[in-house]
Ligand binder design. Structure first.
Ligand SMILES: *[C@@H]1O[C@H](CO)[C@@H](O)[C@H](O)[C@H]1NC(C)=O
Ligand SMILES: *[C@@H]1O[C@H](CO)[C@@H](O)[C@H](O)[C@H]1NC(C)=O
Length: 366
């Protein structure tokens, strides 16, 4: 008695359904993002703040060709990491779409304008400061528990990948925001950096307490080399000295902090990404990376297109892939791809104590 074609195709169908639900269980790990405009996927769209990227030409190269709140012409660093780990992009925590199954993908808590310190970015009014982001992470976990149970939620968080990008604004939008800023009167630069690192320690410790077990921590980029600083502080197109000094002081101390925390915990929880070096590669030799310039922003006005904001009235370059900087402060998608490539496969010059490919390989075995 031969099986009818209908029975056979039913069997094949149920086999495929079983396969795909199995694939569902072994889906990409969850991804959580904390920090500032370099990693904000659109939280500020939901806030009464002046730090926003919700108008043309932001998003001009995003798949939808529409602004999303990302400070990029297209994808930003977390989007490209999501893409590489086989995940959907993280939704902003404040998005009404972040419910049900979407919670399993993770969430993005970042908010443009914030820093390590509570007094960083006050001129932007309502932004989600880092302690509030951590509070939202706790709230997220309660919502996740309601969906999949406390044990499942704990497991999802422990196995997740976490990215935190902080620090640049503590210089640009605090210490150096105005001449004789309160913080610059309170601290000499080296002491300010020590203070920032001691405050950052508390943030990272809290993240660990909240269940994070693999945390990529990016240092600051070359703050003095961005088109905004070339326009405002540079004599002849060289990177602004004071901001470069700040980055040079901050980044090695961040690596020390991370090494210290890991050895206290007895595990490689935190991983430092040397964003300064990653950016300096294409800033000092743009042509080698396919850029026509690393000094002039694609979108902006004034010298280096570095003055003011990128708006519909700004100069706009026709091919964003030829520019290292999209706007006066933020890299283009093309530059973000170079950075993420180094996060995944970079040597110890870029990633400490290991790169993300190594992490993914280690974690898939345990
Ligand atoms: C920043 O604010 C949080 C609470 O919102 C507080 O716990 C923390 O101590 C503050 N940090 C500083 C340096 O004042
Ligand atoms: C980084 O990743 C690559 C694999 O892409 C690996 O060959 C290399 O050894 C890693 N480097 C370090 C320092 O872990």
């Amino acid at each position: 008695m031969g099986s009818s074609p209908i029975v056979v195709s039913f069997l094949i169908l149920s086999f495929l359904v079983t396969l795909s639900s199995f694939a569902g269980e072994t889906e990409a790990r969850a991804f959580f993002v904390f920090g500032d405009s370099l990693v904000d996927n659109g939280n500020n769209n939901y806030l009464a703040t002046t730090a926003r990227a919700d108008a043309y030409p932001y998003g001009i190269d995003y798949p939808t060709r529409r602004p999303t709140g990302r400070f990029s012409n297209g994808l930003n660093i977390p989007d490209i990491i999501s893409e590489q780990i086989g995940s959907e992009p993280t939704l902003p925590y404040l998005s009404p779409e972040l419910t049900g199954e979407k919670l399993l993908v993770g969430a993005n808590f970042a908010s443009a304008g914030i820093g390590i310190l509570n007094d960083t970015g006050i001129q932007f009014l309502n932004i989600i400061r880092i302690y509030k982001q951590l509070e939202y992470f706790q709230q997220y976990q309660a919502r996740l528990s309601a969906l999949i149970g406390a044990e499942g939620a704990q497991e999802l968080v422990n196995q997740a990948l976490v990215l935190i990008t902080l620090g640049g604004n503590d210089f640009v939008n605090n210490y150096y925001l105005v001449p004789f800023s309160a913080r610059s009167r309170q601290f000499a630069l080296p002491d300010y950096v020590v203070f920032l690192i001691s405050e950052y320690r508390k943030v990272l410790e809290r993240l660990y307490e909240l269940g994070a077990r693999r945390v990529l921590v990016t240092g600051t980029g070359p703050l003095g080399c961005v088109p905004a600083e070339l326009a405002m502080r540079s004599r002849n197109g060289e990177c602004a000295v004071e901001l470069q000094r700040a980055a040079a002081l901050f980044n090695p101390q961040l690596v020390n902090l991370i090494n210290g925390l890991n050895s206290e915990i007895g595990s490689d929880i935190f991983v430092a990404a040397n964003a300064l070096q990653m950016n300096m590669d294409f800033v000092s030799n743009p042509q080698a990376y396919g850029f026509v310039t690393s000094k002039i922003a694609c979108c902006g006005q004034g010298p280096y297109n570095g003055i003011g904001l990128c708006t519909v009235a700004s100069n706009l370059c026709p091919n964003r892939d030829l520019y290292a900087f999209w706007d006066p402060f933020h890299p283009s998608e093309k530059a973000n791809r170079i950075i993420v490539q180094q996060i995944f496969t970079g040597s110890n010059k870029y990633m400490n104590p290991m790169n993300l490919s190594t992490i993914m390989a280690l974690d898939s075995r345990t």
